[in-house]
Every structure is written in C-alpha cells, then in structure tokens.
Design a protein around this ligand. Structure first.
Ligand SMILES: [Zn+2]
Length: 126
C-alpha cells in the first residue's frame, strides 16, 4: 500500500514538473540596435526584463515631461513600449536601464511633487 502511494505521489510530481515548466516566458530583446552606454551619463547600463506595454505608441515625445525625459533621463523606463501587437505571446522584453537616469528622474519627480505641494499650500494661505 505504501509503495502505491509513493508511486502515486511520484507520478503526480513528475506530471506537475513536466507541464508546470513547459510554459516558458517569451522574452523579446528590446536592446537590439541600442547602445549599452547611456548617451547622457556615459555609463554602462544594466539589462532588465520588463513587461511589454502594448497600450503606448511613442512616435514622438509630445508632453513636456516626455521631451525632458528624452533629453535628461532617457533610460528609466521600467516597461517596454512596443507600440505594436505581438501576437506570439511575448509579454516581456529585455531593455537597458541607466541607474543614473533613474536617480535623475526620481530627483526631478520629487522636486516637482514638492513644488506642487508648496504651491498648493501657498494658495490655501492666501
Ligand atoms: Zn543615463
């Protein structure tokens, strides 16, 4: 009886391993054609695997933030903006991310948030 239970458990484990591991994530290489050195900070960038955002189509940066980002901290994106439909099930991409762009972007966002709060408080005071 014990032998049969062990065989059953072993069979269940083998089926789980075979089918559970068979779905491999499809990851596209979004680094193709990109330089691995940040053109703003002149440092080697790290590779990240990030989700693909199909809802974003960037043709040209249009908002002031997009324009600023492209100029001062271009490699901060934590998702890959595909702008196209990838019907093969690819849901992640490898991209380059610059740690100094991340720092500059976070610093800028914090300053803008602080300025907005200060402006809001000044309006209340008047
Ligand atoms: Zn950078």
């Amino acid at each position: 009886m014990m032998m049969k239970i062990n065989t059953l458990v072993l069979s269940f484990w083998m089926v789980t391993m075979i089918f559970g591991c068979s779905r491999q994530e499809k990851v596209m290489d979004g680094r193709i054609g990109c330089n691995s050195t940040c053109e703003v900070h002149h440092v080697q960038m790290d590779t990240y695997i990030v989700p693909i955002d199909r809802s974003v189509v960037i043709i040209n940066p249009t908002t002031p933030y997009d324009l600023l980002k492209a100029k001062l901290f271009p490699h901060t994106t934590k998702h890959f903006e595909s702008g196209t439909c990838l019907s093969d099930g690819t849901d992640k991409a490898q991209i380059y991310v610059c740690s100094q762009c991340e720092t500059a972007n976070n610093k800028w966002l914090n300053e803008m948030a602080k300025e907005t709060i200060d402006r809001s408080n000044n309006k209340k005071d008047k």
